[in-house]
Design a protein around this ligand. Structure first.
Ligand code: KG4
Ligand code: ZN
Length: 346
């Protein structure tokens, strides 16, 4: 089977074709970084307008690079939420129109489900498994029992970790999105130059919740009160490295606890997955892998280009759902808020 997947929930317009043999036949993506650069953040209306502009071009490109036509496509899958409503409406309406015109099944995919299942497109990994999903909008732990059986077990109470990376990048005067830029600066910095707060790690906090807004504000305050140092390369590098190390310490600590929690609470499992845009960070990937192995689990992190938003993850999740007998009517609504554990009902 060949599945065409459409992703437009934030600022990437991506269309991909994957097949049921786990081959990615095309994965076209255009980012809008240049447009949002000026504002150092995603402007929802501009994002929606640009998705409208790019979506048909990306679809044609995905078909051309895979050597296929719409007549060869068996399923259309599209992100239906969570995300920015304007972008979701563009992708969803486009996908439904294709499905209607070509009379092929339509599958509505939860964006988080796309991130959480991508690993099965590139690895031979079986359910159940533990997922840490870290992106620009989410920082959550899930236990995946099966396709469509997702338990939320903890997550951020405020900012997502990607958002914190982006705000730190912004205050340091780096390009948008800040995440990859902070990682680059951190390479030359001293990660022990600054001590930043690590909230919710004391043993009284027995849950798997996370918090990044205090850490973000602390870094912003430090930088603002050292404005003169911003001209110094080493200050920017040291702040980047210290921030990245703090994020790593927090996530690794909580991931260890999540492994333990799932060992006690759920059926036996042997794999731990980290995914989402922030999981493309090489420093964090290394720390996660070391830590997961030391917890006697098998680490799985998709390649960087499948961690950030992409159409292939949506096509694959659409196929996984279809295989289980799920498809959706063309009445399916876009849902800006759509927690992954609520997916089970739809
Ligand atoms: O999954 P994603 O592409 O979109 C959302 O669903 O949000 O994640 C985007 C987020 C942004 O905040 C971006 O700065 C962050 O992932 N990110 C990174 C890196 N690459 C992307 N954060 C840290 N280091 C990176 N290398
Ligand atoms: Zn995402």
């Amino acid at each position: 089977m060949k599945i065409l997947g459409i992703e437009s929930s934030c600022d990437d317009t991506s269309v991909a074709i994957v097949n049921s043999k786990k081959q990615i036949l095309s994965n076209e993506r255009i980012s809008q970084d240049d447009i949002h650069q000026f504002y150092k953040g995603v402007v929802p209306e501009l994002a929606a307008r640009n998705h409208t502009y790019h979506i048909d071009k990306m679809t044609k490109k995905a078909l051309k690079s895979s050597g296929l036509s719409l007549n060869n496509i068996d399923i259309i899958a599209s992100t239906a939420g969570p995300g920015l409503i304007g972008g979701l409406l563009v992708g969803l309406s486009f996908a439904k129109t294709l499905a209607q015109v070509k009379k092929i099944p339509f599958v509505a995919v939860n964006h988080l489900e796309g991130h959480a299942l991508t690993v099965r497109l590139v690895n031979d990994i079986k359910f159940p498994y533990l997922v840490l999903l870290i992106s620009g909008g989410h920082s959550n732990f899930y236990f995946l029992k099966n396709t469509n059986k997702y338990d939320f077990i903890g997550g951020t109470l405020d900012d997502a970790v990607g958002e914190a990376f982006d705000k730190v990048g912004k205050v340091l005067g780096l390009k948008f999105p800040g995440g990859p830029e902070v990682e680059k600066k951190a390479l030359k910095g001293d990660e022990n130059a600054f001590i930043f707060p690590k909230p919710l790690l004391r043993t009284v906090h027995t849950d798997l919740n996370l918090s990044f807004s205090g850490l973000k504000s602390h870094v912003i305050k430090l930088v603002n009160s050292n404005k003169n140092n911003l001209i110094s390369k080493s200050f920017i590098e040291d702040v980047s490295a210290s921030f990245q190390k703090t994020v790593s310490d927090i996530l690794v600590n909580k991931l260890k606890r999540a492994v333990k929690y799932c060992n006690e609470k759920f059926e036996a499992y042997d794999s731990v997955v980290v995914t989402g845009g922030v999981a493309s960070n090489s420093y964090l990937r290394k720390k996660f892998i070391e830590n997961i192995i030391s917890s006697n689990k098998k680490p799985f992190i998709p390649p960087a280009n499948l961690c950030t938003d992409n159409g292939a993850m949506i096509a694959w999740a659409g196929y996984e759902r279809f295989k289980l007998g799920y498809s959706n009517s063309l009445n399916f609504k876009a849902m800006p808020r759509w927690p992954l554990d609520k997916r089970n009902a739809l």
